[in-house]
Design a protein around this ligand. Structure first.
Ligand SMILES: [Zn+2]
Length: 156
């Protein structure tokens, strides 16, 4: 596809910008107004494509549950152990990484604190594609303080 000027929307603060791209998907480019860097295309073609996807029944909704424990504290330790047992019982594998891009976190928490729509639910085993973002069954941030357990998991 040819490169052309297209209208994009910041997924957090909803500022509109124009970008030169050769497709109608999301792009990872810094918003001028906020720290977010997931921009979605809002040209008619892009909106129609998303509408088609949503109408195709190839979507699912998951609840997204955030957690934040300090396992040095007895209460948090117990709750975290319970959570991990629960997630292993669902055969979830923890996806952990250094979260250099906290915007994703902000984006998820601010925009999807409750439920999130997933496109093509069966594409990958432990991963899903949501609007503008890749999601995991169970995600945990690697922190410099290993006592801090910060992450999210998905439930049907
Ligand atoms: Zn923004």
């Amino acid at each position: 596809m040819q490169i052309s000027r297209k209208k994009y929307l910041c997924t957090l603060c909803e500022t509109e910008v124009f970008k030169e791209t050769n497709h109608y998907n999301e792009i990872y480019s810094k918003c001028k107004k906020c720290k977010n860097d997931i921009l979605i295309c809002i040209e008619d073609n892009a909106l129609n494509k998303r509408k088609e996807l949503e109408d195709s029944n190839n979507i699912a909704f998951k609840r997204i549950i955030f957690y934040n424990y300090n396992v040095e504290l007895d209460k948090d330790y117990d709750e975290y152990q319970k959570l991990v047992t629960h997630l292993y019982s669902k055969n979830y594998k923890c996806f952990s990484c250094f979260d250099m891009k906290t915007f994703r976190w902000n984006y998820l928490k601010e925009k999807h604190n409750n439920s999130i729509m997933i496109y093509k639910p069966n594409t990958f085993k432990n991963q899903y594609i949501g609007l503008g973002i890749r999601l995991h069954d169970w995600y945990e941030r690697i922190t410099f303080n290993s006592k801090l357990k910060i992450g999210y998991y998905l439930e049907d």
